[in-house]
Structures are given as C-alpha cells and as structure tokens.
Ligand binder design. Structure first.
Ligand code: SF4
Ligand code: SF4
Length: 317
C-alpha cells in the first residue's frame, strides 16, 4: 500500500488506516478478542495506522491486538475532548496505560467546534505540546467536522496534524462546500500539516457505494491517509484492495456493505433532557414531544451525542 509522510511529523502512514469507532462499545460492540482479531488481520494485510479515541472505549481492543502483533509497530493515533490541562494529562495517561504503549504517535483535540472552542482548549493543547516535548506523544493535532474550524486550526501554533470530516459527497462537512473544504485542506497541507480524513464513507451514508467513494478519496491526493471503520476481515480485505487500486468483485462489495446502521434512542428510558440535541453538531437531533427527533439523513453516526446522555439511552444499532 502506498505510504505518505504525515505532514512534517516524520510519521509515515499508509493511504488507508483502521478506525476503531465502529468496532467499539459505542457501535458494534465487538468483544475485545473479536476487535483484536480484526485489527490483527488489518495489520497482516499491510495497514499500519490505527485510529482510536478516549471516547470510543476501544483501547482494550487495540491493546489486545498490539500485544499479539509480531511485526513492525503500527502508527497509533488517539484523541480526547478534554478541555482542562489536568483532564488532558489524565486522558494521555489513560491512553498509554490502557493501550500498553509507552508513547502514542499522534494525539488530537477531539471534535473541536469553533474559534471559541479552540480558545477554551488552550490549556489542553499546551499540555499536549509539553507531552510531545517529553516524548509521551509523537505529534499533536485536532479533529473537527467544521471546515472553518479546520482552517483556524491549521494556523494554530502547535497543531501538526488535522483530522477533518472529508468524503466524496461532502457529507457531514459543516459550514462549507466540499470544494471549499478541499481548498482549506490543500492550503493546510502546503503548510506541512499532516491530514487524515474521518468518515470517508460519510458515517455509513456512502456504504452502498463504498468502493467508488474510497477510490475517489485515494485518487484525490488531498489527504495523507483516511481511516475507515472496519469490523470484519471482509471489510479489511475490500478496503485494502481499494487502497492498492486493485479490482473488487461487485458481489463481494455488496456483501461487505451489509446492513444499514442507525442511531437509536430508547424512548422508554429517555427523560427528554435534550442534552444530546445540544451536543449534536450536525443538526440531526431536534426537541420532540417525548424524546428528541432524529433526522437520519443528517446523522453521520459520530457518536458524540451518546456519552453525555444521563440515561445511556442512545445507541447505534
Ligand atoms: S440525552 Fe439521553 S435522556 Fe436526554 S434527551 Fe437525549 S436521549 Fe433522552
Ligand atoms: S445524532 Fe449523534 S451520532 Fe448522529 S450526527 Fe448527531 S451527534 Fe453524531
């Protein structure tokens, strides 16, 4: 698989990375052993980049895979939505402790919303920069669904890696068109910032057209890598073929596409507090009579709404 430098970080990543949100307890909820098996298969097929996050709860799956893997160490990226310095310090320590790593290659501010949010996370960012100096982290970055925020982050001191929402149809990109986001990413890349795309399949909306969507992304050369959530050996095999620009049998692609996944609110336990409505950046939730109303066309299955639910009423099924 073609490899690229992740900006000026000195870290090399393959075109295709493995995202662990879909296998995590937030989505499919694969067991630790089953998740590790998918990760190990991905590593054996030449994937060298694993993306995880404090929020996902997938550290045990990553740790189990890394403890069994005999080949060269993959690049591991994680992220935390922590705002305060102490909380970010605890998030990095948790990542290292739970994955078994002595150093995590990339650590991001997770899901930055806007300019105010960048300012609110200043202490957390400063801690990450210190952790980089101390060798706990290889590179510091940030993720966002918002194109304008990505543009601001690209000019923020200390940000070396960006993880933007980016896919063929511009699904989930906030406050800009796909073309505008493409220009922003090209400018950031020209400044030496490493970029890896999130949700290359639009949070499942491009699932049935996955092969074409991934081929578009790999050919576009706008990002250094794209992390795709994978929960089976077949998904790994198909995506690796696409990253290598090999042909994929149509029946196989249809089978891999599998069934659609959707956000589910358990109305039996929801107290209609609307905390999730405020959390959703995509405008996919709105207040309802007994519980929030879900706009499935807007939902990108990012899962940001679930951790803040006081009743654990939100799931992806
Ligand atoms: S946060 Fe949970 S309890 Fe509150 S409205 Fe949303 S689903 Fe219901
Ligand atoms: S409803 Fe939840 S999972 Fe869907 S886009 Fe909004 S925050 Fe993400």
């Amino acid at each position: 698989m073609k490899k690229q430098q992740l900006g000026k970080t000195g870290i090399e990543v393959g075109l295709l990375g493995l995202g662990t949100l879909t296998m995590s307890p937030m989505q499919r909820g694969l067991s630790v052993a089953a998740g590790a098996e998918v990760i190990l298969h991905a590593l054996a097929q030449g994937i060298t980049f694993i993306d995880t996050a404090q929020m996902y709860g997938s550290y045990p799956q990553v740790a189990a895979a890394l403890s069994q893997w005999k080949g060269p160490a993959p690049v591991v990226a994680s992220k935390s939505a922590a705002r305060a310095r102490e909380a970010m310090q605890a998030a990095v320590a948790e990542c290292l402790q739970q994955t078994g790593l002595s150093r995590v290659d990339v650590f991001l501010l997770h899901a930055v919303r806007d300019a105010d949010d960048i300012a609110a996370r200043r202490d957390a960012l400063n801690y990450l920069r210190e952790a980089r100096e101390n060798g706990l982290i290889g590179a510091v970055g940030a993720s966002s669904h918002s194109a304008r925020t990505i543009d601001l982050l690209a000019g923020t001191e200390g940000i070396e890696v960006l993880h933007p929402m980016y896919n063929r149809d511009g699904i989930g990109i906030l406050d800009a068109s796909l073309d505008e986001m493409t220009d922003i990413l090209k400018r950031a890349r020209a400044r030496g910032i490493g970029i890896y795309a999130m949700k290359p399949l639009g949070g499942g909306h491009l699932r049935k057209d996955a092969a074409a969507a991934l081929r578009w992304l790999f050919a576009a050369q706008v990002v250094d890598s794209a992390v795709v959530g994978m929960t089976s050996r077949d998904e790994v095999d198909m995506n690796v073929k696409l990253a290598r620009d090999e042909s994929v049998d149509e029946d196989f692609a249809r089978r891999v596409a599998g069934r659609e996944r959707r956000l589910f609110i358990n109305t039996g336990i929801c107290i209609n507090c609307n905390a999730c409505v405020k959390t959703c950046q995509q405008g996919a939730l709105s207040p309802g009579e007994k519980s929030p109303v879900i706009d499935y066309a807007r939902c990108v299955l990012c899962g940001y709404c679930a951790p803040g639910c006081p009743k654990f009423a939100i799931r992806i099924v």
